[in-house]
Design a protein around this ligand. Sequence first.
Ligand code: S3P
Length: 173
Amino acid sequence: MTANQRNIILIGFMGTGKSTVGAALADRLGWRFVDTDELLVAREGKSIPELFEERGERYFRDAETAVLADVLKGTKQVVSTGGGAVLRPENREAMLSGGLVVALTAPAETLLVRLRGDVNRPLLSGDKEERVHRLLAERKNAYDFAPLVIDTSRSNVRETVDTILERAGAAKR
Ligand code: S3P
C-alpha cells in the first residue's frame, strides 16, 4: 500500500462479509482491524439493538459518524463499517479521504442465507426477506462511490482477500 492509501475501508450491505473479510485482510497486511460497530458498542456500553430501541436510529447514526471520524485519524487499518454508514455524505467524504474504499457485494439470496437467524440487526427485525429486499432497493446506488467493488459470493475469504489486494495494487498506480 502506498502513503496515500492510509487505510482500507470496507463498505457494503449487511451480510456482505465486511467483518470476516476485513479481519483476514488486516491479518494479511499486518494492519490493525477495526470494526466501527464493535467500537461503537464498546463506547456506548450497549448493544446495537439496545441503542436503536432506547436512543433511536438518529442517535446511533450520530455515534457512528463520530466513531468513523475518530477511527479514520489513524493509519494502517482495515476498517469495517456498518452497512448504513454510507448514507451520510460527511461519512462518504471521510472514507474517501481516509483511504481506499472497497465495496463488498453479494446477491440478495446469499445475504439472506448469511443473515438467517441474526437478531443483532434491528433494521431486519420482522419479515427479514421483505426488509432485506426493501433496504437493498432503497440503497441501490449507495455503495457505488467506492472505486473497487468485489462480489463476495463467488469465492472464499482467502480468495476475496487476494482479489482485493490485487485490485488495490492496480488502483494505486
Ligand atoms: C446497519 C448495519 C449494521 C449496523 C446497524 C445498521 C445498516 O452493520 O451498523 O445494524 O443500516 O445497514 P453491518 O453492516 O455490519 O451489519
